[in-house]
Design a protein around this ligand. Sequence first.
Ligand SMILES: Nc1ncnc2c1ncn2[C@@H]1O[C@H](COP(=O)(O)OP(=O)(O)OP(=O)(O)O)[C@@H](O)[C@H]1O
Ligand SMILES: [Mg+2]
Length: 137
Amino acid sequence: MKEIILKQLSQLPQIASQLLKLAGDKKVFLFEAPMGAGKTTIIKELCKQLAVTESITSPTFSIVNEYTGEGGPIYHFDFYRLKNEKEAYDLGYEEYFYSGNYCFVEWPQKISSLLPEDAFLIKIDLIDQNRLLKIDV
Ligand SMILES: Nc1ncnc2c1ncn2[C@@H]1O[C@H](COP(=O)(O)OP(=O)(O)OP(=O)(O)O)[C@@H](O)[C@H]1O
Ligand SMILES: [Mg+2]
């Protein structure tokens, strides 16, 4: 396991690039963290580094947003409002997760039994004013 301390927003570009490298071939990133821990903030920076030009906001009216990055589509999920796993089937989550494209997932705990085995898990703990990222590598 690797730990990264995120103390200030100015570190984000460096940390996002580190995450992309650490992930290697893994494309499904799971952000397991409490509300307000900074999941969307990190995803925004990841998308920026993958050359997304659209604005990145958490999906509000849907569960998934699609952006265009340099290597193809990027999918941004926020499962916070998911009521049950059936809703995940209905939106066709498998097509996204197994597409080989980047998938950045907020609230993966909501679909814990549907997650791919080879996903890249990032846990974020809030400690005082800092964020501690714990990565399964
Ligand atoms: N590393 C950081 N340092 C300081 N402020 C941060 C940091 N990361 C996020 N924030 C701020 O915290 C707030 C919440 O961040 P963000 O929306 O990314 O959290 P989230 O984990 O996606 O929350 P949610 O569970 O509601 O989706 C934002 O105002 C953001 O600017
Ligand atoms: Mg969010």
